[in-house]
Ligand binder design. Structure first.
Ligand code: FES
Length: 114
């Protein structure tokens, strides 16, 4: 059975913008982040495919300066916002692990299992 786990209010994010979170889902801690771009939300686990490190070095900051790509602060890998695919840096062709979310009533939820 699917369960909605609150991440944050949609208006917590600028567009483009990002927000890091850590929630309990089905007995596991999920560390992730959401990205809002052109009114659309995407979510990924906060683990770089290069070494497994968290991507952010400042809280909630996952985008490059232009807000065009997701950026790993450790070795500067860049990822497409909509697919999580690495397009430059040390892990080309690898991808961030996407997380299922739902936006409902102005809130962003992670879809977990009960
Ligand atoms: S840990 Fe992300 S680029 Fe190396």
């Amino acid at each position: 059975m699917q369960k909605l786990i609150l991440i944050c209010a949609l208006d917590r994010l600028s567009d483009p913008g990002s927000y890091g979170f850590s929630v309990e889902a089905g007995g596991h801690r999920v560390d992730g982040f959401v990205v809002l771009r052109d009114g659309e939300c995407f979510a990924y686990r906060n683990s770089c495919p290069h070494t497994g490190s968290p991507l952010d070095w400042v809280d909630h900051q996952f985008l490059d300066i232009e807000g065009a790509l997701i950026q790993c602060a450790v070795h500067d890998a860049r990822f497409l916002i909509d697919t999580g695919e690495c397009v430059s840096g040390p892990c080309p062709g690898e991808s961030l692990e996407s997380l299922q979310i739902r936006v409902e009533g102005g809130e962003i939820y992670l879809l977990g299992t009960a």
